[in-house]
Design a protein around this ligand. Structure first.
Ligand code: GRF
Length: 209
């Protein structure tokens, strides 16, 4: 049976677009955004994918919002929920409800630099290798079983923008790979670690400048 995917996003949606471009063996049952003006939502609409705008500002608490969000996801039908630049912290209840079928992409080599402004922090720390991570989501922010990572060099004249662009290019490679593995039923989580069954693609990517 085709894997049904619901995508959550808050912004431009370039990772979502990369997923679509990869022509994965999945069906996108809905794209949901907490920001009605998200460009990614507009893009989904133009691709004929059903979209839902749920403005978080209309809800009194994070819990009530996440409850409604979870119901919309269930209504759409989801074997997998993909966070693609979804810029809201999820409640523990939400994460537990979708645990094992909730993926996120984060612009750093986790567990380094969880949270926001990862590229600024990477430059400020003077690290030489940076990157991005696709991981299963757990209740701890930007933490959870790691599916695939890509590493990029940090160059001496990098700004947060140039570094972000180099990382983003790799995000667009590794997220489709992770979703493909999930759809193929190859991802096995055991003791918090992810193994990929019967695949000759590695769980790491090293990008050259
Ligand atoms: C990406 O850098 C992703 O790693 C982070 O948010 C950004 C979303 O970008 N979680 P886009 O909306 O997919 O272009």
């Amino acid at each position: 049976m085709t894997t049904r995917v619901v995508v959550l996003l808050s912004g431009r949606g370039s990772n979502f677009k990369a997923l679509l471009d990869a022509d994965l063996p999945v069906k996108y049952t809905a794209v949901i955004s907490n920001r009605p003006d998200a460009a990614g939502l507009d893009y989904a609409r133009r691709q004929g994918i059903s979209t839902i705008a749920l403005n978080h500002r209309g809800y009194p608490t994070r819990e009530t919002f996440d409850e409604v969000l979870a119901k919309e996801i269930d209504k759409a039908g989801a074997d997998l929920v993909v966070l693609a630049g979804y810029m809201r912290i999820l409640t523990k209840e939400f994460v537990q409800r979708f645990e094992g079928r909730l993926l996120n992409i984060h612009p750093s080599l986790l567990p380094s630099f969880p949270g926001l402004r990862t590229h600024e922090s990477a430059i400020a720390e003077g690290i030489k290798v940076h990157g991005c991570t696709v991981h299963f989501v757990t209740p701890t922010l930007d933490h959870g079983p790691i599916v695939i990572q890509a590493a990029v060099p940090v160059l001496p004249d990098d700004t947060p923008n140039t570094l972000a662009a180099r990382v983003l290019e790799q995000e667009h490679r590794i997220y489709p790979q992770a979703v493909r593995w999930f759809a193929e039923g190859r991802l096995v989580i055991s003791d918090g670690l992810v193994n990929v069954r019967d695949s000759d693609v590695s769980q790491w990517v090293l990008a050259t400048p």
